[in-house]
Design a protein around this ligand. Structure first.
Ligand SMILES: [Zn+2]
Length: 510
């Protein structure tokens, strides 16, 4: 029959298409493999292991640095077998593999399991570990890559964790094994190298902590004023002296994402999340994000502010920072429901927090938060300030640059970035669950987004505390009025659009 004949023809035609497509994929793969091979061979030619550009203070001469297009490929093909194996040996010595190795047998990781049976998060590319990784990415991985490529770091370096154990004990709390409560950090991250000592020693697997707990003294110039003006009284325990020096316990945390949990928190499909991450990291992590659905944990690269690809305003990955908890008083009190807790969640603002620029309320609110937290601790309660590395509402300092009129404050940002804010507070409450916090007596923040995220996670907030008027820098009215009109908490009144128009920042000459 004509119809069956034509359909058979279609099938034949379709099969030929598929075959052709397969062949094209095969060729691409072969080309990619050859490129990788030649690149890794060139590593030793361009930067020989014995010459490290910064270690000896000299750079190799320009002429020794061929560009990709100028490198004659046939030269490598004609090099003798002996030369090739010598190069390979050199690479192996530096911990560099000449082939891209994919994960073979990931070490089991059961997110949400209540103890050591959870399994360690393993991301190291050390040769003894690379085939057993169960996560991908890694904090500061971009700088790590630079250090390895420039031969200043051997990828097989074994960390020595002597005397780096957590300075205080915390938990474990039931929240640690609740898959819905902690999805953006590893609840066992401070214990990993010690908890999985056997795997480290017997299987030679490189396991590293993602949380560090230390004790420190904190000294801020404003706090000396606080003592002088009588707002803070030294007690020798929390506030140590007349200089306003504070005793503090620090918990530094790097992000570890359990992808199914992160997707659920945002109410999106895991595959959509994986694909978006893959595309907006310039096609990075294909193994983790696209081809290996069984690898559920992703460590977003951090520590590269303002480094998003140009013209790409839609991705937030570049600013995924870590966080640090500053706890005043006994850390065990954070999870004690019988004592009061004062808490500030602070999102990084480098310009104000570090350099004291006067166009926003960030540093004044941070100092106020610390002061109130200290007072709570001195009264027998617990005071906590959590500092999130999310510069410029997670859009970066460039995009946030803003406008000197309150009515335009968010509009400017939205015109550039497409959104007002990319801080995504949805993942923020993880740290509260990790600290065992079940309620907040005094929330030292006016942000409605932070408030809603915390309450939405089942942690009630009993009182919200505004930044006192007299602590606001004059020029910061633009920022704070815009935020209040956009929904920030206030006991005062919200301005109308016209009133907002009148709130302007100062010119440089004034
Ligand atoms: Zn600021």
């Amino acid at each position: 029959m004509a119809s069956s004949g034509s359909s058979a023809g279609d099938v034949g035609h379709g099969a030929a298409d598929i075959l052709q497509a397969l062949k094209a994929i095969q060729e691409n793969q072969a080309r990619l493999a050859a490129e990788v091979e030649s690149l890794s061979q060139r590593l030793d030619t361009v930067v020989p292991s014995t010459i490290s550009p910064t270690l000896n203070g000299k750079s190799p001469p320009e002429s020794n640095l061929p560009t990709v297009s100028s490198l004659p490929q046939p030269a490598l093909a004609t090099s003798s077998k002996d030369e090739n194996s010598a190069v390979r040996k050199q690479e192996e010595k530096a911990g560099f593999n000449s082939r891209i190795i994919l994960t073979h047998k990931p070490i089991p990781l059961n997110w949400g399991a209540p103890g050591p049976e959870r399994g360690p998060v393993v991301v190291s590319r050390a040769s003894s570990t690379i085939r057993k990784r169960n996560a991908h990415g890694g904090s500061y991985s971009i700088y790590f890559a630079l250090a390895v490529a420039s031969k200043q770091l051997n990828v097989n370096h074994k960390p020595d964790f002597t005397n780096t154990e957590p300075a205080v004990n915390i938990g474990p709390f039931p929240q640690w094994s609740d898959k819905e409560k902690i999805v953006a950090m590893d609840p066992w991250g401070h214990l990993a190298p010690w908890m999985y000592k056997d795997i480290v020693q017997k299987e030679d697997v490189d396991i590293r902590p993602t949380i560090a707990i230390t004790k420190a003294h904190m000294k801020l110039p404003e706090l000396e004023d606080s003592v002088r003006s009588g707002r803070l009284v030294p007690d020798g325990k929390v506030c140590l002296n007349e200089a306003g020096e504070l005793a503090v316990t620090k918990f530094a945390v790097e992000p570890v994402w359990y992808l199914p949990g992160v997707a659920e928190r945002f109410g999106i499909d895991e595959a959509v999340l994986r694909r978006s991450l893959f595309e907006h990291t310039g096609g990075s992590y294909p193994e983790q994000l696209i081809t290996r659905g069984d690898i559920k944990v992703f460590l977003p690269p951090i520590g590269m502010p303002n480094s998003r690809p140009q013209n790409d305003q839609s991705s937030a990955y570049h600013l995924l920072g870590g966080l640090t908890v500053y706890c005043f008083g006994d850390p065990a009190k954070m999870s004690d429901e019988n004592v009061r807790l004062s808490l500030r969640i602070h999102d990084e603002c480098n310009g104000s927090d570090v350099f004291g620029s006067d166009i926003c309320t960030c540093r004044p609110y941070l100092i106020f938060g610390i002061e109130e937290a200290v007072k709570e601790a001195q009264n027998g309660g617990s005071g906590v300030v959590i500092y999130f590395r999310k510069e410029g509402r997670a859009l970066g300092e460039v995009t946030k640059r803003g406008e000197d009129r309150a009515s335009d404050y968010f509009k400017r940002t939205e015109n550039i970035a497409g959104v007002k804010d990319m801080r995504f507070q949805a993942l923020m409450p993880d740290i509260l669950h990790w600290l065992g916090i079940k309620k907040i007596d005094r929330m030292l923040s006016m942000s409605n987004m932070k408030h809603d995220a915390i309450v939405g996670q089942g942690i009630p907030i009993h009182e919200r505390v505004e930044l006192p008027e007299d602590l606001m820098p004059a020029d910061s009215r633009v920022e704070i009025d815009a935020k209040i009109t956009a929904g920030y908490f206030t006991t005062g009144r919200r301005m109308t659009e016209e009133e907002l128009q009148a709130v302007r920042g100062r010119m440089w000459e004034e």
